[in-house]
Design a protein around this ligand. Structure first.
Ligand code: ZN
Length: 293
């Protein structure tokens, strides 16, 4: 499933063609995405201008001139393709891929600037929803989300407060969208390795008894910000069918230190450990038992 860096990469790919542009025509080939699209989906978009394209956790938020917000989620396998008339910047491989999966092109935005933005989702776990900006804060999808890890709100005292007294593992705590939003299996594993903290360590140990942050909390916050920043700079990680909207592959998978590297040598200088895989809350965790304590 795409995590924050992949969704941010998609946002950056879509912003130049969607921001400031009007929805000239909206076609929904299939309405039964994760949640059915509303009957008035096209009508509430057509003629409206995208004032800004933002992101909250793994949700893309297109602010419309009508005061509505188009909330979009990629689900497991969703992707957007951008075509601009006459623009053949996408490699042949990309077109080949697209023609194979035409049946999965569920929603097509014809923008007033000539761009065509297509949402393709073979597994249909993706979703789109239109919510009035005024009630966005109460939207159930967004309401329970914790802070943005790259935002100012997210710091060591906040992480310590959220983990204080928690008996779960650090891996489980960081995967919990209520504690910090947008992280998934890959970036939790990578951040814990950078912070040299074991994924099995109790979450509560990033806080002192008083609830104040320990030095571990700061290390973890720094590691999370660093790994997300590096991943965004690399265009995200390409696993299976996640692609950047311009058809190029994100490259961060080549920089994984532990994820999907079971049996390989730990890249930490002077460590000499071997990456192990364990299962926590039903998901694979990759870590180095030597330098992650
Ligand atoms: Zn190591």
């Amino acid at each position: 499933m795409p995590e924050l860096p992949e969704v941010e990469t998609v946002r950056r790919g879509l912003a130049p063609v969607m921001e400031g542009a009007r929805f000239a025509k909206v076609v929904a080939h299939r309405r039964d995405l994760r949640w059915p699209l509303p009957k008035d989906f096209a009508a509430r978009l057509e003629g409206r201008t995208v004032v800004g394209l933002g992101r909250r956790a793994k949700y893309l938020l297109a602010d419309l001139s009508s005061g509505d917000v188009l909330v979009m989620h990629l689900g497991m396998s969703g992707s957007f393709r951008v075509f601009r008339d006459g623009d053949e910047r996408t490699p042949g491989k990309y077109h080949h891929e697209r023609s194979q999966h035409l049946a999965h092109d569920h929603v097509v935005f014809h923008m007033g600037n000539g761009a065509i933005v297509t949402f393709n989702d073979p597994r249909r776990f993706g979703s789109m929803k239109i919510v009035a900006r005024a009630v966005l804060e109460q939207e159930p999808l967004l309401r329970a989300l914790g802070p943005e890890p790259l935002g100012n709100e997210f710091d060591a005292p906040m992480l310590a407060r959220a983990c204080h007294g928690k008996k779960t593992s650090l891996k489980a705590a960081l995967s919990d969208q209520r504690i910090v939003a947008g992280l998934g299996n890959i970036y939790v594993c990578e951040a814990l390795h950078r912070a040299r903290l074991s994924p099995k360590r109790r979450a509560a140990t990033v806080a002192a008894k008083s609830g104040a942050p320990t030095e571990r909390a700061q290390r973890l916050v720094d590691a999370i910000r660093a790994v997300l920043g590096d991943a965004i700079a690399a265009g995200g990680s390409s696993l299976r069918d996640h692609r950047r909207t311009d058809g190029e592959l994100g490259l961060f998978q080549h920089d994984f230190r532990v994820y999907d590297r079971e049996g390989r040598r730990c890249p930490t200088r002077g460590c000499g450990g071997t990456i192990r895989r364990i299962v926590q809350t039903g998901r694979s965790t990759f870590f180095c038992p030597v330098c992650q304590k």
